[in-house]
Design a protein around this ligand. Sequence first.
Ligand code: NDP
Length: 419
Amino acid sequence: MSRVLVIGCGGVANVAIRKCCQADDVFTELCIASRTKSKCDALAEALKGKTKTVVTTAQVNADSVDELVALINSYKPDLVMNIALPYQDLTIMDACLICGVNYMDTANYEPEDTDDPEWRKIYEKRCEEKGFSAYFDYSWQWAYKEKFEQAGLTALLGCGFDPGVTQAYCAYAKKHEFDTIDTIDILDCNGGDHGYAFATNFNPEVNLREVSAPGSYIENGKWVEVPAMSIKREYDFDSVGKKDMYLLHHEELESLAVNIPEVKRIRFFMTFGQSYLTHMKCLENVGMLSTTPINFEGHEIVPIKFLKALLPDPASLGPRTHGKTNIGCIFTGKKDGQDKTYYIYNVCDHQECYKEVESQAISYTTGVPAMCGAMMLLTGKWTEKGVHTVEEFDPDPFIEALDKYGLPKRESHAPVLVE
Ligand code: NDP
């Protein structure tokens, strides 16, 4: 028995909500609240007669703590699932603290306005001190640790696939396969083809910011930053085949370095096709990825938001995307004094996802872990109070739930390593 408030009703939330409704013994009541209520109503309508979960809807501007507090106080949920955008993480965390409710999300905080001078001052100091320049980092949400602990509440951060499942894989490797882990390579491969020359698989603004930022990795406890897309490798992925992949900065590197401190090197690679990279470079060169507003014929527009309006809606890619994703982690380390390697990953088929929940695999591989993470909190499997990332919890029940709800793990004890 639980009451859950989901904030956001985009590509990822659509999957998470549909999956919650499959587990209607756990998710007995669910309210979908977002900026555009009509999208919440359409999903509630589509779910009618397919689930025992009692689904209601609401309108909310999640940038407003007051609106969130009013909604939470009227619905009285056991958990708030933030599946809106990373820009809303802090306002939703604030509202959860005020109302005394557990919190979770799928991506760590970044500001919508990266030109805000107050934010910029803190950001520039962090770049200097830590040595990576991505706009997102955990410091903003880790700053809530004591407040959540003192309130006896849990905030689960970044419970999608990457971040999310990748950290559960690290905790699982540490628990079952290794005494010490030396290196972790996270490999995110999307072998899907949607037939467009250029489209992003999740929110274009967040996606393009992430992939156009400098790459970075952790070596011997320190960040090493490199120009965007400057480290390229080829890897032969199970069920997908050979793909070019590029080293990116990614949020779980930061928490893994803290929570598995023995690891000497942590890297993250993502596959991109040439067409995607050429388009992105061109858009960047002409200023279309900028978040700084410009005046155009008397109107203020933000170039990246305008670009978002032109690009296909990620939620519309489902029916036309074919192929598979393969996301996982390769480890080197030691067990009983012996050197060892291990690869744990998931393969997910875009069309299978579409058949099941009318979505492509990127939203699916994020929405299913969000639902499974919520299930861990609601069923008392993960109870630690404070602000935590996925690798801090017992990975076993979570990976079991992923196996059951559509993202089964595959393993290899003799993987090809990434050079
Ligand atoms: P979408 O853009 O498809 O959906 C975002 C939703 O949030 C929309 O329904 C939008 O409303 C709503 N929203 C935005 N701003 C507000 C606001 N101020 N108040 C209320 N609702 C708001 O994004 P995705 O579904 O693709 O992504 C959702 C999250 O998942 C993002 O944080 C993304 O970074 C994360 N993600 C995580 C991954 C992982 O593996 N961990 C992978 C992929 C994504 P409206 O309909 O009005 O626009």
